[in-house]
Design a protein around this ligand. Structure first.
Ligand code: ACM
Ligand code: ZN
Length: 554
């Protein structure tokens, strides 16, 4: 699945083009062995680039069927930003540009075929998503010719499709809250990298972040905490500032629509039966002890969880999910399932009575009972559940997808038993871990996941057979935010690691020989992201001081 040149001659073309575009001291001159690829991340499956570099100018004669009106609008709006006014020299005489967008269902659903030749852009996608991804590629191929003050586009032929169907990124908005403006910016970066899933971790011990009309206390009480843990965990230092926030249902709808326009599905996560203190602070009668509780101020795992012996717990969670299902049209809901201590259940009369009545041998089987009961509710409403890999303990719910976070063992076990799995092992998918050994790095939870490790990750474990491997839908990175307080810091933790994961998931698993070339493209893409106001961590990238003329239209 490695990026393939269809003809050796194009390596020569690529070299020539970059020599021209980057001026007399091109970036790659530091390492003559590296041939820069097409300046696109993720790298397309196959591509040819010619040596005619036409200027983008004038009106675009655009043809597209009504079903692609949204994509047509994306192209029109980009064109209006980068097609420049009259040329300065005779060489750049106006050229008539046209574009044709269409769907060709013989292509892979998210795949596309893109051709640029003689002022004509032809883009066919396997679906509207495929066309959208083709546009992302097109936009990254355009470049500014600063000497002539114009944007140019080379002749191109690209055929492209993703290696994995699930290309995800998670964000924890409970430990620290991130507003709608940030979520939208985050979705923009995902879309440019052809990532198609945003896993929104909406509830946890430290804050409930989604308005539920039937249970207003979830956000009025559960959305706020009376202080936050500050600094390294070992200090056990807490401030006393009221902290919180939540999304109204109207805001959720706005974000879901914004994501859909970018062909990103959102998977909402509602944690159960553990990581539930914020909900229990609002409705303590759903806990085993039924005594007042507080929204957590510190980080960690807490003993108070939803009572599995109380039918009111299930009625409550079903009401919550019914509202969630009405807001999120996607087929998946994530119901957590991780890190649920069994302390309270083992001492609770209702929970122990439930175990006896249901013939459950221990609290692990009670957890399995809990998840399976919620799965039945979700499946009956046309939804599929995803859970963290603890949902394997005590017996996996029949149709559940496992999100493997404690290494890959959970994903392997799921795939071997015929269940779908999504890989998100701590190494290299937890991006609350450090990305450099620089002592000046902002405090992180621990671990070390540099870009190189992300780039060399293969989501399909070697021990799976070809049939079992089909159950590995893809992978995602997680950003837990105990130690990430601001949008700038979140971006710093995500970028440029996200570029590496996007390439693994779209282009396919990489080799260490590909790293040097990827570094060049990652530096180019990071320039473009920085120009759009993203805070990109510098460690993996080539030095800022090097001449680097290439710029993309905004
Ligand atoms: C997790 O990191 N507790 C899924
Ligand atoms: Zn109980």
């Amino acid at each position: 699945m490695a990026c393939r040149f269809t003809s050796l001659k194009f390596i020569g073309h690529a070299l020539l083009i970059w020599a021209v575009l980057w001026g007399s001291a091109p970036l790659w001159s530091q390492n003559n062995a590296v041939t820069p690829g097409l300046p696109v991340i993720p790298a397309p499956s196959t591509w040819n680039v010619g040596d005619e570099h036409a200027v983008l100018r004038g009106a675009l004669n655009l043809r597209a069927p009504a079903a692609l009106e949204r994509e047509a609008e994306v192209l029109r709006s980009w064109w209006s930003r980068c097609s420049l006014p009259a040329p300065r020299t005779a060489q750049q005489q106006p050229k008539e540009w046209s574009a044709q967008l269409s769907v060709d269902t013989s292509l892979p659903t998210e795949g596309y075929r893109l051709r640029v030749r003689a002022g004509k852009i032809t883009l066919e996608g396997g679906s509207d998503a495929g066309v959208f991804y083709g546009l992302q590629t097109l936009f990254q191929c355009a470049h500014e010719d600063t000497a002539a003050a114009v944007y140019r586009l080379a002749e191109l032929e690209i055929e492209d499709r993703p290696a994995f169907a699930y290309r995800g990124m998670h964000l924890d908005v409970s430990r620290h809250f991130f507003d709608v403006a940030f979520i939208k910016k985050h979705l923009d970066a995902l879309a440019r990298a052809k990532m198609n899933t945003f896993h929104w971790h909406l509830t946890d011990d430290q804050g409930w972040r989604i308005e539920i009309k039937k249970y207003p206390l979830l956000t009025q009480v559960g959305g706020w905490r009376s202080g936050s843990q500050q600094g390294p965990y070992s200090l056990q230092y807490f401030d006393t500032l009221r902290y919180g926030g939540f999304y109204t249902q109207e805001e959720i709808r706005e974000v879901v629509a914004y994501a859909a326009e970018r062909h990103i599905r959102i998977i909402p996560e509602l944690e159960m039966p553990g990581h539930a203190l914020a909900a229990l602070a609002a409705y303590p009668e759903l806990s085993c002890r039924q005594k007042p509780l507080e929204v957590a101020r510190g980080w960690g795992v807490f003993d108070d969880v939803f009572c599995a012996g109380n039918d009111s717990t299930f009625a409550f969670l079903e009401d919550v999910l019914a509202e969630v299902f009405a807001l999120f049209p996607g087929e998946y809901v994530h119901i957590g399932g991780d890190e649920c201590p069994k302390t309270r259940w083992n001492e609770c009369a209702r929970c122990t009575a439930r175990m006896r009545a249901e013939g459950l041998k221990d609290a692990h089987e009670l957890q399995s009972y809990f998840i399976q009961r919620m799965e039945r509710f979700a499946n009956a409403r046309g939804k599929k559940i995803i859970g963290w890999d603890e949902i394997l303990e005590g017996g996996l719910a029949p149709n559940a997808t496992v999100m493997s976070w404690r290494g890959e063992a959970g994903g392997i076990a799921a795939a071997k038993s015929g269940h779908d799995a999504i890989m998100t092992p701590g190494t290299p998918c937890y991006w609350d871990h450090y990305q450099s050994k620089d002592p000046g790095e902002p405090h992180a939870i621990g671990g070390f996941n540099p870009v190189e490790l992300v780039y060399l990750y293969n989501p399909v474990p070697a021990e799976l057979s070809t049939d079992e491997a089909k159950h590995i839908l893809g992978a995602q990175a997680n950003l837990w935010t105990e130690y990430v307080l601001t949008p700038e810091h979140a971006e710093y933790m995500i970028l440029p690691r996200q570029l590496a994961l996007a390439e693994v998931l779209w282009t396919g698993p990489r080799r260490s020989e590909d790293l040097a070339e990827f570094r060049i493209r990652a530096t180019q893409r990071s320039r473009a992201l920085k120009a759009r106001g993203f805070n990109v961590a510098p460690h993996f990238l080539l030095p800022e001081s090097k001449p680097f003329r290439r710029r993309e239209p905004k």
